[in-house]
Design a protein around this ligand. Structure first.
Ligand code: SAM
Length: 209
């Protein structure tokens, strides 16, 4: 991940503004309880964490990422905005993330989310299981990511998907199928919203109380 993000870490926020539309929908949809604790898996430059920390001033936010290059940018932004006491970040792989090892916290999180990061994880199932294991009963998991682009003209769809592959990003419908199966087995309730004719999706999985 460092090799991919080293050259673009400074322009990342500017260049992704219109490219990742599910982020705003995700942040609006998120239920953050009073004095809540929320985790972002693959937090990148902490753009989402900073917006959430400003919106929910009594809550605490945690983020981890595989790229120390992205985390270095994130750390500078968080410090510059005076949010270092309410946003904690650290290096980790989603497939192996453990809140006690990385942040030394005992209590599980109220909510966790993947924002355009799950599609970069070939071991998506381990990543989902590992992050789900960090959420309290009755908490929330959210995912914003690319979708099948079904409503897009074939040539445009293929060009965008080819571009995404250069960023190691692949739409994996099986990750939503997996959550659907968990929901059918009584492990939670799944809601999926598709945006911009299938360009992106936002999923909410409320875990069983
Ligand atoms: C497209 S960026 C999204 C960043 C941020 N979530 C956002 O919405 O702006 C994807 C991020 O996921 C991270 N990532 C990819 N695979 C990962 C993994 N297995 N574990 C943790 N982070 C990972 C990348 O390093 C990158 O920072």
């Amino acid at each position: 991940m460092n090799r991919l993000y080293r050259p673009q870490k400074y322009i990342y926020d500017l260049t992704r503004k219109h490219f990742l539309p599910g982020r705003e929908v995700l942040l609006r949809a998120m239920a953050v309880p009073a004095r809540g604790r929320v985790l972002e898996a693959g937090c990148g430059t902490a753009r989402n964490l900073i917006l959430l920390a400003r919106k929910y001033p009594d809550s605490t936010f945690f983020g981890f990422d595989a790229s120390t290059e992205m985390l270095a940018v994130a750390r500078r932004k968080i410090t510059r905005r005076g949010l270092h006491e309410r946003i904690r970040i650290g290096p980790a792989l989603a497939e192996e993330f453990d809140r006690q090892v990385i942040f030394g916290v005992e209590a599980p999180f109220d909510a966790a989310y993947f924002s355009y990061s799950l599609s970069m994880m070939p071991r998506w199932r381990q990543a989902l299981d590992q992050v789900l294991a960090q959420i309290r009963c009755g908490g929330w998991l959210y995912i914003a990511d690319f979708c099948d682009m079904e409503g897009w003209p074939g040539c445009l769809r293929r060009s965008i998907q080819k571009l995404l592959r250069t960023y190691h990003t692949v739409y994996r419908p099986e990750s939503l199928e997996y959550l659907r199966t968990l929901a059918e087995n009584g492990k939670g309730v799944l809601t999926v919203k598709t945006l911009m004719r299938g360009y992106a999706h936002v999923a909410e999985f409320k875990t069983q109380s």
